[in-house]
Design a protein around this ligand. Structure first.
Ligand code: ACM
Ligand code: ZN
Length: 718
């Protein structure tokens, strides 16, 4: 009797309600009662969906597994019903069986993912033990969009195969089914092409002795990697088992600086002046007039077609610097000969030639939204609308099947709040904004919607390289829970409200991500200073910690902290594997803005004068040449400044670019003599003055990293 009681108590159970499965299913009902998965249960599958059964087995270690169309009481069945839609599935749990019936492999796999979400979160750590109770229910489900994508830029920052597979797993958990794999860009070439091995062997690495210039971070090392064709095939098949199609992108004809550094012949027929560029090549566009270029493209596409099983290959088409075609006599001759009206139509010609090659190898073209500007692109070209909602609307109204991925909602390289890392050119937004995306409010009519082929999030990786990618959790933090919200937008017919979604996150999805080891972003604690005490709070049941930045001592926050120095206290919260950003009260962020005069040995551009660096805003100074060893920048204050720290940085404010690579910082307390205070950590350093400061001086010990300029910023004085 005791034994029975124990085993009942030991049954892992989960209180499931309709708020738990993300993305939200089309319909779900819970009848009461439960099915208990035990060691005695058998997993019974249709032979065609064996891979889905094997996938489930990784999470639930059934001892009996058999391929059969028939089931008995106690069995878990995975079966096909070809009468259903491809991605449709029914998941039926009663007291006798669990049955997953799907319209195809994809539908069955979606059902498997839903089953996992009905189990305790621990199942995601892949060491769950039976018995496990599961509530009796009927779930009927089918996605809103058949294209639910995520684009990963592995060109700017190298991401090794194992890590790519991990993100494929995380996509599968959210029922995302397209991995748009951005394999080449100005900063790298990541795909092995056997007929041109130098493309990956050389172009996969930047810095050091590579002809590919280091940008955005890791300036001092030769760094990178590439995928062999064998590794790519493994990625494709790993993804296929998880109902994910890998759509490779070779970004052409622009964004090709890395390739141009290896194969100069692809570039246009003129020699750019090296005066303003330290002799570095600025051309990054394929010449459209060279027949040899189309032969190279054929070599690349032929080999890609042997690796990737997707119908589409994305061939880029974004941000082409057409000035290069304007300067090229060959491209201008081509324009005349073919009767092309403008440079956009040169791009159309380039894409048409590339499309011919794609067709020969049984593939179709996908392009970025700029590629439709010339007006000649055939209507069966798939367009990825990224630049704005307006561009997405234009593409859908012109009749192109369009993937909706405007940066303002779906670029997860954007910052999540003003003081967090990331880009901000499109917007600053968190998961709540992602979930709020509303086609009708954005001006999509029924006509537009007919051409919406799907939804996609993206992560461009310029900034990632400056965040210690081998060790940090930056990518997880930028993606989760924004990707979770994206899955809801792409899948659900009737989307949850933010409150409902946030409740599901807090109740169970955070715990699932804990089990998967995902470093998701927690809400930033709210910190206020009133009546001599700092108070901190969150609404996500996380634990808040605080640090006195003067001593470095940290403790768990449990009650308001009485202090007269609120600027010294830093807060963050933790919950499972989730983290929040570090934050503080208003006083913590307060910047001093003393009057300062900025001078430099390097001349600056008239449009961005030296006075910009005295404004304490995001205004920057651009110099007219790169810095050289011995160049200096001086900040001289009108009055001595008393402060706890000064952040001295060069380069773009949100992007490690146009910064000084090496230098040192001196402080003057008397206005005459300077004391060496810090060496540069890539783009600058934080200094902690010991008395009132009269001046700060940067001295360069190497060139700036950009081709032609250094960017000078205001000081951040706290
Ligand atoms: C893009 O962000 N240039 C597609
Ligand atoms: Zn040309």
């Amino acid at each position: 009797m005791k034994k029975i009681l124990f085993s009942i108590l030991a049954v892992l159970t989960i209180g499931v309600s309709s708020a738990q499965i993300v993305p939200k299913p089309k319909s779900e009902s819970y009848q009461g009662g439960e099915f208990v998965i035990t060691d005695k249960c058998a997993l019974v599958y249709d032979a065609q969906v064996r891979d889905a059964a094997m996938y489930l087995l990784e999470y639930l270690p059934f001892k009996q597994i058999l391929s059969s169309p028939k089931i008995m009481d106690g069995d878990i069945q995975i079966a096909l019903n070809r009468l259903m839609d491809e991605e449709e599935y029914n998941l039926i749990v009663d007291k006798k069986n669990i049955r997953i019936i799907g319209g195809s492999y994809a539908g069955v796999f979606n059902g498997v993912q839903t089953l996992l979400q009905l189990l305790p979160p621990k199942v995601y750590s892949k060491n769950c033990k039976f018995p496990i109770a599961i509530p009796c229910c009927t779930i009927e489900d089918n996605p809103k969009f058949s294209y639910r994508g995520f684009m990963l830029d592995v060109a700017r920052t190298w991401i090794p195969t194992d890590k790519v597979k991990r993100y494929i797993d995380l996509m599968a958990y959210l029922k995302l089914n397209k991995l748009h794999f951005h394999l080449t860009d100005d900063e790298g070439w990541r795909i092995e092409i056997k007929s041109h091995p130098e493309l990956a062997k050389v172009g996969g690495f930047r810095g050091g002795d590579s002809p590919v210039f280091p940008r955005y971070g890791k300036f001092y090392e030769k760094w990178g990697g590439y995928y062999t064709q064998q590794e790519l095939k493994e990625i494709v098949s790993y993804a296929e088992q998880r109902n994910i199609e890998v759509i490779p992108e070779i970004d052409m004809p622009g964004h090709s600086k890395a390739l141009g550094a290896i194969k100069k012949d692809i570039l246009c027929n003129y020699t750019p002046s090296g005066n303003r560029t330290n002799g570095l090549e600025i051309r990054n566009v394929w010449c459209a007039a060279k027949e040899s270029n189309y032969a190279l493209i054929e070599d690349i596409i032929r080999e890609m077609s042997g690796i990737f099983t997707s119908d589409y290959i994305h061939i880029g088409g974004d941000e082409v610097n057409m000035a290069q075609w304007c300067r090229c006599p060959d491209c201008q001759r081509l324009k005349k000969e073919k009767g092309l009206e403008n440079e956009n139509q040169i791009e159309d010609y380039f894409i048409a030639r590339t499309t011919e090659i794609l067709t020969k190898y049984g593939k179709k073209p996908a392009v970025w939204n700029e590629a439709i500007e010339g007006g000649l692109l055939p209507k069966n070209t798939r367009v990825h609308g990224w630049a704005s909602i307006k561009k997405c609307l234009a593409s859908t109204s012109k009749g192109y099947p369009t993937i909706i991925m405007p940066g303002h909602y779906f670029y997860f390289d954007m910052k999540q709040s003003a003081s967090e890392p990331g880009h901000n050119w499109a917007a600053i937004f968190d998961a709540k904004k992602v979930l709020s995306f509303d086609f009708t409010k954005q001006g999509f009519t029924a006509e537009h919607l007919k051409n919406v082929a799907g939804i996609e999030a993206s992560f461009f990786s310029e900034i990632y390289i400056a965040h210690n990618p081998e060790k940090s959790d930056y990518l997880d933090y930028m993606l989760f829970p924004r990707l979770t919200a994206l899955s809801e937008v792409a899948w659900s017919h009737t989307r949850r409200s933010w409150d409902e979604f946030y409740t599901a996150l807090k109740n169970i999805h955070y715990a699932r991500m804990d089990a998967m080891g995902v470093t998701y972003r927690l809400e930033t604690p709210k910190v206020t200073y009133t009546n001599g005490a700092i108070t901190a709070s969150t609404t996500d049941n996380s634990t808040i910690y605080y640090t006195d930045t003067r001593t470095g001592k940290s403790a768990r926050y449990s009650k308001p902290i009485a202090t007269s120095t609120p600027w010294a206290f830093e807060f963050e919260s933790r919950k499972g594997t989730g983290i929040s950003k570090k934050t503080g009260s208003k006083e913590y962020y307060a910047l001093q803005k003393p009057q300062v005069t900025v001078t430099s040995s390097i001349p600056c551009s008239e449009k961005t004068p030296m006075t910009n660096a005295a404004k304490y805003s995001n205004s920057i100074v651009r110099t007219t040449r790169a810095a050289k060893a011995g160049d200096w920048i001086e900040y001289r204050f009108a009055e001595p400044v008393t402060c706890r720290e000064i952040e001295v940085m060069t380069g773009h404010i949100h992007l490690r670019r146009c910064n000084l690579l090496k230098g040192y910082i001196e402080v003057s307390y008397d206005g005459k003599t300077f004391v060496h205070t810090a060496d540069f950590d890539v783009a600058g350093a934080i200094i902690k003055p010991t008395a009132a400061v009269k001046a700060v001086k940067i001295t360069a010990t190497s060139n700036s990293d950009a081709e032609d300029q250094l960017v000078i910023q205001s000081l951040k004085i706290k």
